[in-house]
Design a protein around this ligand. Structure first.
Ligand SMILES: *Cc1c(COP(=O)(O)O)cnc(C)c1O
Length: 385
């Protein structure tokens, strides 16, 4: 399919990177479940030699998501963590990285428990405050790693402003765009150099695959990531690549519904007398609602609310019938979880407290079910308090 530069977001999601199969005309890119490719003669092949280096299903996904994010090239990995690990291979021993303070727990673990051993250093700051970012920059700073919105408090970082700070000092800005999805937020448009996703979440969207992607813009980084994907080898398999491609076709319609359900649940919870506090970028009391309106399309499907105590949170978490008590996010089904004991259990209690992750906090990944059913479910669970 020839896409013009002006193709809209949904058209890009459905068609970018994909051609009808040359041999059969199959409209859907096949799952090329193969490890190697037969060569016609010495040095004569059809562009693929070995499946760690390249696989047509994976290549289709990489081109698809690169177009969706507005980058030059994409690289698909076995998980979101493998994607982040590949990004950090751009660094050298002695380099310093500034990281959003309440970044995904797995990212913190990789940086602190693995990469520090290789002479990299990390400073965690509230990147929603650009003055703190600027103050944390040292002569050794080579990368700023931002997550926006953050999990589970949904604090935002102004990508454009941090990009300006970074680029004035030749520092690379990376945005983990997993929580927003490219429908809601396209960091490259705001100046990010690299965008990554855990495709496990919204991009796949059906809770049936684990994967990651890095989208790059600039030539030296594109070349290095391509090299490292092959050299380190943490590639996404063809079946998982196919599942994510299936997912991105419906990204726009799914995200519109995630946005709508997220906003409706947040509004319901914000008005509920038994809820102490609700966190959602679209609520009038969110301190960065204006930034959300500039930087995001809709406010996303993630929200959190505080019930004041562990006992009350437990009653609701165990009282819901339709919502599933589970970690992860971004699937079509609504998930509910307890950050303090689940996703953020490895974060020390004093750090959790500083980030607002109390024992009474509950997080919801709003699915795309009928909103009346979701509200009825919360209603009966909150009635138990
Ligand atoms: C899940 C997640 C990751 C890690 O991705 P995996 O696919 O689980 O390895 C990284 N960042 C964010 C924001 C996530 O939600």
């Amino acid at each position: 399919m020839k896409l013009t530069d002006k193709a809209g977001f949904s058209t890009t999601c459905i068609h970018a990177g994909q051609e009808p199969d040359a041999a059969t005309g199959a409209i859907i890119t096949p799952i090329y479940q193969t490890s190697t490719y037969v060569q016609e003669g010495l040095g004569r092949h059809k562009g693929h030699e070995y499946a760690r280096t390249s696989n047509p299903t994976r290549s289709a996904l990489e081109a698809n998501i690169a177009a969706i994010e507005g980058g030059t090239a994409g690289f698909a990995f076995a998980s979101g963590m493998a994607a982040i690990s590949a990004i950090t291979s751009l660094l050298r021993s002695g380099d310093h990285v500034i990281v959003t303070d309440n970044t995904y727990g797995g990212t913190y673990r990789l940086f602190e428990q693995v990469l520090r051993r290789y002479g990299l250093t990390f400073t965690y700051v509230d990147t929603s405050d650009e003055a703190l970012v600027e103050r944390a920059i040292t002569p050794a700073t080579r990368m700023i790693f931002v997550e926006t919105p953050t999990n589970p408090i949904l604090r935002l970082t102004d990508i454009g402003r941090v990009a300006a700070l970074a680029h004035a000092r030749d520092v690379t800005l990376v945005v983990d765009n997993t929580f927003a999805s490219p429908y809601v937020q396209r960091p490259i448009e705001h100046g990010a150099d690299l965008v990554m996703h855990s495709t496990t979440k919204y991009l796949n969207g059906h809770s049936d695959s684990v994967g990651g992607i890095v989208v790059a813009r600039h030539e030296p980084q594109v070349e290095w990531l391509k090299f490292v994907q092959n050299a380190a080898g943490a590639i996404l398999g063809p079946f998982d690549a196919w599942l994510v491609l299936r997912g991105t076709k419906t990204l726009a319609v799914r995200m519109a519904q995630h946005n709508e359900n997220g906003a409706a649940l947040a509004g319901y919870l914000a008005r509920h007398p038994k809820v102490e506090r609700t966190y959602y970028p679209g609520l009038p009391d969110h301190p960065q609602r204006e930034l959300a309106m500039r930087q995001m399309r809709g406010f996303g499907g993630m929200l959190s609310f505080d019930l004041g105590s562990l006992a009350r949170a437990k009653a609701v978490l165990e009282g819901v019938r339709l919502m599933a008590l589970a970690e992860s996010l971004g699937g079509v089904e609504t998930l509910i979880c307890h950050p303090a004991s689940m996703t953020h259990a490895s974060v020390p209690p004093d750090r959790r407290a500083a980030l607002g992750i109390t024992d009474g906090l509950v997080r919801i990944s709003a699915g795309i079910e009928d909103i009346a059913d979701l509200i009825a479910d919360l209603d009966q669970a909150l009635a138990r308090l």
